[in-house]
Design a binder for this molecule. Structure first.
Ligand code: FAD
Length: 461
């Protein structure tokens, strides 16, 4: 020991990584493009709030800030669906009352920065990395009107989807990199608190207005408001950002398609006009590291679309896996970074795919009766065969099962559920002894087909 560590980006993942490395005894310096959000009034970034699930909690616990975040986290035990005809339905997420938790991105990021500093890390704000020489680890920053050069020893790129370190990797030989934009973008809107300060919708749920090719969602904030996000095509004749040109277009569109939400959104027109329309990107890259010199982490390694609420959770899991490898390999960074890439690259790719698949589920399938029946059956199977069957959603959100394993289970679960759903008179036959035996065999066959996969450690929360 002990190498000094430079981290690009004091976002969620960079700050958490700084906590972990500082606690391990490394001298850590972070360079962050933006001013310090604890003193400047700046937006925290790409969403007001985000959902923390079990992988994220595990990392926060390791960083020692779980207790500090818990009071500002609102549990969401299920999806509340708002249909076009004004009716509503509710789908519980887990069979054991598990929840995902809505947390303010800004508060979480601020706390992580403070804990990183308390652990010994130094953060330089207003330093935008403009160039990385990936062979020498020489960094160039723009700071105010000056160019600043820094020589890094061990370097991590935690600087998000458009990472400067990632750009450096892309210029190197034998690096495969790709990016993919959805045809949809998003815009944040607001449902303010009720006059008495309470919530205008059920507080402990993630609200969805699924409309096939697009959707509106809302997550609760501790002040009684909800932050809504409209996921919507950029272009298209009728339902698209391009088509809604005037306030009148926006008002008419919302009244027609989200009538129950419009009533709760007094600032809809200002929000729609003033808030940016942002794009949704998925990135992949290989390799994730260069020898013992540098590595990508969080969105810099795997930017994904937000439909599984896993981007930050996956980035936090990168950090906890890295910590485990430090415990295993001491300060042999060649080994640590090689093993990190080997363990995490496949999971970064898998969670990216899962996220795109969940977009279709959220905006389209959740309103379909056949899909709802399937969800009900998944819960039944999970309760009847807890050792053998856990649904895909539960594996992603409530377990530490590697995302790559989750992807590998999808086909086998589809086959099992299809078998069960094709049984005639399913509702009445479910309870019969003969069907019970049949079901046992089918579930056992499913379990046999997946049981040798790596399911990771059991969930902790
Ligand atoms: P970022 O949060 O992007 O942080 C990167 C940091 O690096 C920033 O502080 C940035 O200013 C800094 N930086 C960038 N470039 C430079 C540079 N050149 N030099 C110096 N500093 C630089 N994830 C979830 O787990 N749950 C959710 O519910 C969820 N909801 C989301 C909703 C939306 C609408 C979006 C867009 C994303 C959502 N995500 C969610 C994903 C989540 O936001 C990201 O995965 C997470 O922010 C990644 O953290 P990061 O630290 O890797 O990158």
């Amino acid at each position: 020991m002990s190498r000094s560590v430079t981290i690009l980006g004091a976002g969620l993942v960079g700050s958490l990584l700084a906590v972990i490395l500082s606690k391990k005894g490394y001298k850590v310096t972070i360079y962050e493009r933006r001013p310090d959000m604890r003193s400047a009034r700046i937006a925290a970034g790409r969403s007001i709030n985000l959902a923390v699930s079990v992988r994220g909690w595990n990392a926060l616990e390791i960083a020692g800030i779980k207790e500090a975040i818990e009071p500002i986290a609102i549990p969401m035990f299920g999806r509340s669906l708002h249909m076009p005809d004004g009716s509503a339905a509710y789908q519980q997420y887990g069979k054991n009352n598990e929840a995902i938790y809505s947390v303010s991105r800004g508060e979480l990021n601020k706390k992580l920065m403070t804990v990183a500093e308390e652990a010994g890390a130094t953060i330089f704000f207003d330093h935008r990395c403009t160039h990385v020489n990936v062979h020498t680890n020489e960094l160039t920053f723009q700071h105010e009107d000056k160019e600043v050069k820094v020589q890094a020893d061990l370097l991590f790129g935690a600087d998000g989807a458009f990472s400067a370190l990632r750009s450096g990797y892309v210029t190197a030989d034998r690096v495969d990199a790709s990016q993919f934009y959805l045809a949809h973008g998003y815009k944040e809107l607001t449902i303010p608190p009720a006059e008495d300060g309470g919530f205008r919708l059920a507080k402990e749920a993630l609200h969805i207005w699924p409309r096939h090719n697009y959707m509106l969602i809302a997550l609760p904030n501790t002040d009684g408001s909800f932050t809504c996000t409209l996921f919507f095509p950029f272009e298209g004749a009728e339902a698209s950002f391009a088509a809604l040109k005037s306030d009148a277009d926006v008002q008419a569109f919302f009244l027609k398609n989200f009538p129950d939400a419009v009533e709760l959104m007094p600032t809809l027109l200002e929000d729609f006009r003033n808030n940016p329309t942002a794009s949704l990107i998925t990135t992949r890259i290989f390799p994730w590291h260069m020898g013992d010199k540098s590595a990508l982490i969080g969105d810099a390694a795997h930017a994904i679309v937000p439909f599984y609420g896993q981007g930050m959770n996956a980035g936090f899991e990168d950090c906890t896996v890295l910590l485990g490898l430090m415990d295993e390999y001491g300060d042999d960074w060649e080994k640590i970074l090689g093993a990190y890439e080997q363990k995490r690259k496949c999971n970064g790719d898998a969670v990216g795919e899962l996220a795109i698949m969940n977009f279709v589920e959220m905006r389209d399938k959740v309103a379909d009766p056949v899909f709802l029946e399937r969800k009900r059956l998944e819960k039944e199977l999970g309760k009847m065969f807890p050792e053998q069957f856990i649904s895909i959603y539960e594996m992603v959100s409530f377990s530490h099962t590697p995302y790559d394993t989750v992807m590998k289970c999808i086909k086998a679960q589809d086959a099992l559920l299809e078998r069960v759903m094709n049984v005639p008179n399913l509702k009445t036959i479910f309870e019969t002894a003969a069907f019970g035996d049949q079901l046992k065999d089918w579930v056992a066959a499913y379990h046999t087909s997946v049981k040798d996969l790596d399911f990771g450690p059991a969930a902790r929360k």
